[in-house]
Design a protein around this ligand. Structure first.
Ligand code: AMP
Ligand code: ZN
Length: 112
């Protein structure tokens, strides 16, 4: 499958890993929008939030259960923002479900 994040999972494309287990991977974003900008992805290819359902959504709970640990690794004790862009109008450019973890400064509050 021609998916950039699947290639990062398989190691065909290198990444700067922060956290990995059997279900998920977190790595530094190649063009950071904040002092700390990490992308968290499921290892299973799910194209976007709009394709989540009862069968495949447990991995989202798993991602969120690990976010405190990942945030601690990144010294984000002062807080952070989690963002998901979904499909074209949401600004999604890589069609493999991912959550942006942003922090390292007081982020602006503009959401849209
Ligand atoms: P989105 O626009 O929500 O689909 O986010 C995709 C993110 O992936 C963007 O923030 C990109 O900077 C990031 N990205 C693209 N290619 C890579 C890469 N090879 N390694 C790390 N992050 C990447
Ligand atoms: Zn993929």
């Amino acid at each position: 499958m021609d998916c950039l994040f699947c290639k990062i999972i398989s190691g065909k494309i290198p990444s700067n890993k922060v956290y990995e287990d059997d279900k998920i991977l977190a790595f530094h974003d190649i063009s950071p929008m904040a002092p700390v900008h990490v992308v968290i992805i499921p290892k299973e290819h799910i194209c976007c939030a709009d394709k989540l359902n009862e069968e495949n959504s447990q991995v989202v709970a798993h991602i969120f259960s690990k976010i405190p640990e990942i945030a601690k690794l990144l010294n984000l004790e002062n807080g952070y923002r989690i963002v998901n862009n979904c499909k074209e109008d949401g600004g999604q450019t890589v069609l493999h479900l991912h959550f942006h973890l942003l922090g390292g400064k007081k982020l602006n509050t503009q959401l849209a």
